[in-house]
Design a protein around this ligand. Structure first.
Ligand SMILES: [Ca+2]
Ligand SMILES: [Ca+2]
Length: 222
């Protein structure tokens, strides 16, 4: 079953769909935070999918699908203004700390870490409204997220590895986004939260940042 714009009201329920295809304008999904599950997600150039507060699982976990969704989020993000076409959430205007995270479930603990009534496997993709910096998609920004970013810092990456501005690289802008939200939780919690890491002191965060700088310099010199 393929759902197009004309059937917008029909899809606003928790049922699996073969595909969502946004052909024009903006398709706004429910604001109630329910889950969605689709085989593939198509948004043509210039059209917009507004996820609201909804988690969206995409069964097609191919690299091509991941990259396509990633670039749709990047165009919607539009340098942080979140006013472009593509995949976005109108909730970000209400809470600028938020962003759309995109991960493969295998990157965040696997399908078993997600409580959902839909059939999920580890290769499925998840899009959800989370705080910028929340690499682990558990709704909070803490030491675990920093560790993900630090391990890819200065190189290529995706959301789960610390690329929060969708430019394909893990760098200073991504660290800044994480640092700005460090210690917050509770915007949404797409993934069952593991034991919460203790919130470090600000000076410790500064020490980490200095460590990152050293790491980057060391890599450049080799
Ligand atoms: Ca997190
Ligand atoms: Ca980046």
């Amino acid at each position: 079953m393929i759902i197009r714009q004309a059937l917008i009201t029909a899809i606003d329920g928790p049922r699996p769909l073969a595909a969502i295809e946004v052909d024009a304008g903006t398709l706004q999904l429910g604001q109630n935070g329910a889950d969605g599950w689709v085989g593939t997600l198509q948004v043509v150039d210039g059209a917009t999918l507004d996820l609201g507060a909804r988690r969206m699982f995409v069964d097609d976990g191919s690299v091509a699908e991941f990259d396509r969704l990633s670039s749709l989020i990047a165009t919607a993000r539009h340098g942080g203004a979140w006013d472009g076409a593509g995949i976005t959430s109108s909730r970000i205007a209400l809470d600028p700390r938020a962003a759309i995270g995109l991960v493969r479930l295998s990157e965040v603990g696997g399908a078993n870490s997600v409580s959902s009534s839909f059939p999920l496997d580890d290769s499925a993709l998840l899009l959800a409204l989370v705080p910028a910096g929340d690499a682990t998609m558990d709704g909070g920004v803490d030491l675990n997220d920093f560790t993900s970013l630090a391990s890819s810092f200065g190189g290529p990456g995706n959301w789960a590895r610390g690329d929060f501005d969708y430019d394909g690289l893990v760098g200073l802008n991504d660290f800044t986004a994480l640092a700005a939200n460090f210690g917050i939780s509770g915007i949404t919690s797409p993934i069952a939260k593991a034991n919460a890491a203790a919130v470090p002191e600000p000076q410790l965060l500064l020490a980490w940042f200095c460590g990152l700088g050293l790491l980057l310099r060391t890599r450049r010199h080799h």
